[in-house]
Design a protein around this ligand. Sequence first.
Ligand code: SF4
Length: 183
Amino acid sequence: MAVKILIHACCAPCLIHPYDLFTGRGYEVVPYFYNPNIHPFREYRERYFAALDYASEKGIKLRAGPYEMERFLAEAPSPAGERCEVCYRMRLGRSAAEARALGIARFTTTLLVSPYQDQEKIGRAGRAAAAQHGVEFIFEDMSSGYRESVRISREAGMYRQKYCGCVYSEKERFQKSDPPGEI
Ligand code: SF4
């Protein structure tokens, strides 16, 4: 029987490369969608259903945590550097707890695929979560698979988000002036 690995999934496009990588290494991948950072709810829903479609296409079950938007807004501060670290800790903490509850010894995250995320902070958050819950965090820079994931997801007509996730990142992505002009 294959050894399992839980992969925290931030979205469907970023799940493509880690899924292929770890199944190629003989693992049974268990994707876990826990992203209370994604706002608004309709955006969260789009990303969730895209991940669900991808998982069912692969014949695997997508596990999902609750949509704790209020928790994110209460705990994540506004400045981007600190906020992202809190965001990583929140998502990886819950993923580590889920892996532990399922009896899965290892976990990693699709956040390590995106060249726009902070690998060092993700590594720190993942290791802290692993130590807290008694599992192992697999840290691996998977950003070499990013371009190919973009290509595959575009060709497949998969939903692709236009901003990182939180309301702050939505504002940073789209607001060009105050008062607002064209997007
Ligand atoms: S910018 Fe992205 S990583 Fe940073 S807090 Fe917002 S959703 Fe999380």
